[in-house]
Ligand binder design. Structure first.
Ligand code: DGL
Length: 269
């Protein structure tokens, strides 16, 4: 059977994961669902996000997805176990802030994690940090409003730079040498962050490892990617206004974001 990967996020953020998947396997069939009607997830309750996540993954499976990537740290934190219980026959890959590689790479033994308020307050990140911290200090900073700026296409400019400076300056001054991106929206801020950060500070992003994990699960499940087939567009759906979602994607593209080829489907899923 042919592999179809369903990727879901609250908005455009998970396209940073879809981009990695598409780059690694251009002919792979990818369906992307953005829950824009409920964006942002970062400020919502765990119960609310978990209910939405079950609904979204159910829709992707109804549309033919046989592997699912929850390309949202906040939804993974709120709902991964529940999703795996609800859909036991479909491999589901979650997304966690890359605390482990950041700690492993840190020479100064100081790591900064940027994530949404929901992810920062969740038990999942606390567990992850406890497990992998070792002798390192892990600064975890909630970034309310940052995903909203990215959703609005602001991946450059004084406003977003100001928000990042306010969050990073003190941890950087204390010797942080790893910045872990704990929200898929922040993946689009990589070029800006690279310019803002001192050369010795490493940026750690989970998009590509998660994409590789999804490809591994495809192979393990015996699903097929026709490597000879032509490159495929990522077919996108939004729960909110499709035209507004398409405009959000095009704003990001115009701002220079790395995105896969996309086609936004109407009417709304
Ligand atoms: N992209 C989502 C994440 O990875 C969060 C954005 C939001 O707050 O909806 O956490």
């Amino acid at each position: 059977m042919r592999a179809t990967v369903g990727v879901f996020d609250s908005g455009v953020g998970g396209l940073s994961v879809a981009e990695a998947l598409h780059r690694l396997a251009p002919s792979l069939e990818i369906r992307y669902l953005a829950d824009t009607a409920y964006f942002p997830y970062g400020d919502r309750t765990v119960a609310e996000i978990a209910d939405r996540a079950v609904l979204m993954v159910g829709r992707l499976i109804d549309q033919g997805a046989n592997v699912v990537v929850v390309a949202c740290n906040t939804a993974t934190s709120a709902a991964l176990e529940r999703l795996r219980e609800a859909f036991p026959s479909v491999p589901i890959v979650g997304m966690e802030p890359p605390v482990k590689p950041a700690v492993e790479h840190s020479v100064s033994r100081r790591v900064l994690v940027l994530a949404t308020a929901g992810t920062v307050s969740g038990a999942r990140l606390a567990r992850l940090t406890e497990t992998h911290r070792g002798d390192a200090e892990v600064f975890t900073v909630p970034m309310p409003g940052l995903a909203d700026l990215v959703e609005a296409g602001q991946i450059e400019g004084p406003r977003v730079e100001g928000v990042l400076h306010a969050a990073m300056d003190a941890p950087l001054a204390s010797g942080v040498d790893q910045v872990a991106l704990g929200c898929t929206h922040y993946g689009f801020l990589r070029p800006l962050l690279r310019r803002m950060l001192p050369e010795q500070v490493e940026l750690v992003d989970a998009a590509e490892p998660v994409a590789r994990r999804a490809l591994h699960l495809i192979a393990e499940a015996g699903l097929v990617i026709d490597a000879e087939a032509a490159e495929r567009e990522v077919l996108c759906y939004a729960t909110g206004d499709a035209a507004a979602f398409e405009a959000a994607v095009e704003r990001l593209r115009a701002a220079g974001a790395a995105l896969p080829p996309t086609r936004v489907s109407r009417p709304v899923a």
